[in-house]
Design a protein around this ligand. Structure first.
Ligand code: IVH
Length: 668
C-alpha cells in the first residue's frame, strides 16, 4: 500500500510540474502522448485506491462535478473597482493626488495591463486552493471552485517554505483569443449562433453547471494581486515576485516605474503591442508600489486611492469603402460585405467587414465611395461603426441593396419580419448547392473527410453531383476524371462515402440541412420523433412539443417537408442506405464508468435536476429504469423519496445510494 501511495504522490507531483511548465512557462518537457499515458496511469490508480487520491491531483482538471446553484460567499476583502482616466491630464491629476496624499514622501508606481476577463478571488489555506469566488457585487460573489479547478494555470496546491498559512490571490479568468475563435468556428460548423466576444463567453463558462464542460473550454488566468494578514512584502512588486515563485501565472508585461512620465511611456509602449497578447486588454492599471504607502492613501467607498486605470481609446480608423459584395450561404441567406481599402487596425490588416443585412446598410446610411470608420472593440471581428461624412462628396449616391442573386440571377425575397434577404432558388443556385453538400460532409454531419471543398466544386461543375444523394452513386471512373485525382485519392473518397452510411440518424438529420436545425436541435428532434417519417408527418403542434423547438424551427421543418424535391432527396438517401431512424432517446454514453448497471432515480436533488442526473448516468454508461425490481442495481435516493419504493428496494436487497455517492461514482 505504501508503495502505491508513493506512486500516486509522485505521479501527481510530476504531472503538476509538467502542467506548470507547459501552461505557464510555455515549454514542453514531454510529448502529449507521454503526458496522457502518465495521466491515465494515475487515473487508474486513483480509481482503484480512491482514498489515496491527492487533493491537488491533476485528474481534477478534467472536471465532472455538477453545481446547480452556486453558493453565495462573503468576500473577506471587498472586491473594489478602479478609478478610470482617459487621457494624460487625468493621469497627471491622479499623480498629483497621490503626491499630496503622501505629503512629499518619495514614491514609485507599478504598472500592469488591465485584463478584460472575469475577476476571481482565489483563497488558499495551508497551500491548498480551498475556494474560488466571483466578484459578484464586490461584497459577495459566487463559489465557483469546482469550475475554477479545471483551469490548468491555477495551482491547486502551492508549496514553498515562505508560504503564509492563509492568503488570497486575485486575478482575471479569460478565454484566450485563439480558443475563442476555435470555439466559434465549431459553433458555426454545427449551425449554432456564434458567441459575441471572448469576455462574455469566459464569464458564461465560469458559471456553467458541469465542470467537465468548463474543462473543455480551456480557460486561462492571469493573477495580479496578493492579499492576506501580516504578509512580509514591502512592495507590490515583491508580492508579484512571490506569486511568480509560487508558480502562479503572472503576465510578464508588468513594470515598475519611477514616476508618472515613465508610466506614460509604459502606456504608450503597450498601445499597439497589447494586441499580440492572448487576451483583450482595455487599459493599464497603475498602482503605488509601496504597500505602506497604499495603506496611507487608503480607499474611497468604491475604489483605492492608491491605484487607477488608464483606458485606451477603442481604436477606430477611417478607410474607403471600395464596394459591397454579397455572399450567398447554403440556405440562400444573403450577407452583404464591405470591401475596404486595406487598413491596419489593432494588430491585423482589415480588408472586409460584414454588414449583416440591408437594415444595417440603411442604419449606417452608406453611400457609394464613402469613407467609413472601422473599429475592433472587445470583439475580434472588425465592425463598420459609421460614415466619415466630412469626406463625402455632395453628389454621393445612396447604396441600393441588391435585388437579384449575384450567383444565379433569381429575384431575392425577404420574409416580413426577417432582416435577411434570401435567394429562393434553393435547388438551382450554385453556392447553395455546393454549400449544402459541404455542410452534409462536415465532421459533425456525415464526416466524409476524404472530400474537400474543391472536389465538391468540381463534381458540381462537371455535372456529377447536384445534391448530396448523388455522392452515393459516384463511381471510381467518374472520380478519376477530376483534376489531381489519382487511383488512391479516388479509392479514399469512395471508402469515405461508403463509411458514412453508418452515421447515426441524429447526424443524418443534421446533415440534411434544414434551416435553423443545428446539431443540438437535430439530436433533440431525432430523439423525440425517432424517425424521419414521423418527423415529416408532424404537425406544428407536434413539433412545438419537442424540446428546444420554437416557432421559427417548427415553421422551417414544416416548410422543408412540404417541398416535394426534399422528400425525393430523403428517399434517395434512404435507398443509399442512410439511417432514417433511431431507437435512442437521449445522449449516447461517452464513458463506461457505470458499466451498464441499472439505476432508478427517485426524489429531488440538491445539485441536479432529475433529467440532468438521468442524462449524466446514461452518458456514463448506466441505464435508467422506471420501477424497482430484483434486477435493479441502484436506487438513487433524493429527498422526499416515495416510502414504498424504498421499502420495496430494501426488501429485494437493492443498493440504495444518495446524491454524494452517485456524484462520486460519476467521477469514476
Ligand atoms: S488590481 C483594488 N490589476 O479591473 C485594485 N485589477 O476595475 C484591485 N483588472 O475588478 C484590482 N486587470 O477585475 C488589478 N492588472 C490588474 C487588472 C485588474 C484587470 C480588473 C479587476 C478589477 C477591475 C477594476
Amino acid at each position: 500500500m505504501e508503495k502505491i501511495e508513493q506512486e500516486i504522490k509522485s505521479l501527481t507531483e510530476v504531472l503538476n510540474q509538467y502542467n506548470y511548465q507547459y501552461y505557464v512557462l510555455h515549454r514542453s518537457p514531454v510529448s502529449d502522448y507521454e503526458f496522457d499515458q502518465l495521466l491515465k496511469k494515475l487515473q487508474h490508480l486513483e480509481a482503484s485506491y480512491p482514498h489515496l487520491a491527492q487533493p491537488d491531483s491533476p485528474t481534477q482538471r478534467v472536471g465532472g462535478v455538477v453545481t446547480k446553484d452556486f453558493a453565495s460567499v462573503q468576500h473577506q476583502y471587498p472586491m473594489l473597482s478602479l478609478g478610470n482616466t482617459y487621457d494624460e491630464q487625468e493621469l497627471r491629476d491622479f499623480d498629483a493626488r497621490v503626491h499630496k496624499g503622501l505629503e512629499g514622501e518619495a514614491y514609485e508606481y507599478f504598472c500592469e495591463l488591465k485584463f478584460d476577463g472575469v475577476s476571481i478571488s482565489l483563497i488558499y489555506e495551508n497551500g491548498h486552493l480551498v475556494r474560488a469566488v466571483t466578484r459578484g457585487d464586490g461584497q459577495q460573489g459566487d463559489d465557483v471552485t469546482n469550475n475554477v479547478r479545471t483551469i490548468k494555470t491555477i495551482p491547486l496546491k502551492v508549496s514553498s517554505a515562505d508560504l503564509p498559512p492563509k492568503f488570497e490571490v486575485r486575478g482575471e479568468i479569460f478565454m484566450p483569443k485563439k480558443v475563442f475563435e476555435q470555439l466559434n468556428r465549431e459553433r458555426e460548423d454545427i449551425g449554432e449562433e456564434k458567441y459575441a466576444n471572448a469576455r462574455n463567453t469566459a464569464s458564461g463558462t465560469v458559471k456553467m453547471q458541469d465542470s467537465a464542460e468548463v474543462a473543455k473550454r480551456k480557460l486561462d488566468c492571469f493573477v495580479y494581486y496578493l492579499l492576506g494578514e501580516n504578509l512580509p512584502y514591502a512592495t507590490h512588486a515583491e508580492s508579484i515576485q512571490a506569486l511568480q515563485n509560487w508558480k502562479f501565472n503572472v503576465s510578464p508585461t508588468f513594470k515598475a516605474c519611477k514616476n508618472i512620465d515613465e508610466v506614460l511611456d509604459y502606456i504608450r509602449s503597450w498601445d499597439k503591442k497589447r494586441h499580440e497578447l492572448p487576451l483583450e486588454t482595455d487599459g493599464v492599471v497603475i498602482k503605488v508600489n509601496s504597500i505602506s504607502q497604499q495603506q496611507l492613501l487608503g480607499y474611497t467607498a468604491k475604489s483605492p486611492r492608491w491605484a487607477t486605470s488608464y483606458k485606451y481609446k477603442a481604436e477606430s480608423v477611417s478607410t474607403r469603402l471600395n464596394s459591397i459584395t454579397y455572399q450567398v450561404g447554403r440556405t440562400g441567406a444573403i450577407t452583404p460585405v464591405a470591401e475596404l481599402e486595406p487598413v491596419f487596425l489593432a494588430g491585423t490588416t482589415v480588408k472586409r467587414a460584414s454588414l449583416h443585412n440591408a437594415n444595417e446598410i440603411e442604419r449606417l446610411g452608406l453611400c457609394e465611395g464613402d469613407y467609413v470608420f472601422v473599429e475592433k472593440g472587445g470583439e475580434i471581428i472588425p465592425k463598420v461603426t459609421g460614415v466619415d461624412v466630412s469626406k463625402r462628396k455632395g453628389d454621393a449616391k445612396k447604396i441600393q441593396y441588391l435585388t437579384h442573386c449575384p450567383e444565379c440571377g433569381t429575384e431575392l425575397q425577404r420574409e416580413p419580419g426577417e432582416a435577411q434577404h434570401y435567394c429562393p432558388n434553393y435547388n438551382g443556385c450554385a453556392p447553395q448547392i455546393t454549400g449544402k453538400i459541404e455542410h452534409f460532409i462536415q465532421r459533425k454531419a456525415m464526416n466524409i473527410e476524404s472530400l474537400g471543398e474543391q472536389t465538391i466544386k468540381q463534381l458540381y461543375e462537371r455535372g456529377l453531383v447536384k445534391s448530396a444523394a448523388d455522392l452515393y452513386a459516384l463511381t471510381k471512373d467518374q472520380l478519376l476524371t477530376l483534376d489531381k485525382t489519382k487511383e488512391k485519392t479516388a479509392t479514399n473518397i469512395l471508402s469515405g462515402i461508403a463509411a458514412s452510411k453508418d452515421t447515426p440518424f441524429e447526424s443524418v438529420l443534421f446533415a440534411i440541412g434544414i434551416r435553423h436545425v443545428g446539431k443540438t436541435v437535430a439530436e433533440k428532434l431525432a430523439w423525440h420523433f425517432q424517425s424521419v417519417d414521423t418527423l415529416s408527418k408532424a404537425s406544428k403542434e407536434d413539433l412545438l412539443k419537442a424540446p428546444d423547438v420554437g416557432e421559427k424551427i417548427a415553421e422551417s421543418v414544416l416548410e422543408f417537408f412540404k417541398d416535394e424535391k426534399n422528400k425525393i432527396e430523403i428517399q434517395r438517401l434512404r435507398d443509399a442506405g442512410l439511417a432514417m431512424e433511431t431507437k435512442q432517446t437521449s445522449y449516447e454514453a461517452s464513458s463506461s464508468i457505470l458499466g451498464g448497471k441499472s439505476f432508478l432515480i427517485s426524489g429531488v436533488f440538491k445539485n441536479y435536476e432529475r433529467e440532468q442526473l438521468q442524462e449524466l448516468i446514461q452518458q456514463n454508461g448506466g441505464r435508467i429504469v422506471s420501477s424497482v425490481s430484483g434486477k435493479l442495481d441502484y436506487l438513487v435516493a433524493g429527498e422526499n423519496m416515495g416510502p414504498s419504493k424504498k421499502e420495496k428496494a430494501e426488501k429485494l436487497g437493492v443498493k440504495i445510494i444518495d446524491e454524494d455517492t452517485i456524484t462520486q461514482m460519476l467521477k469514476g
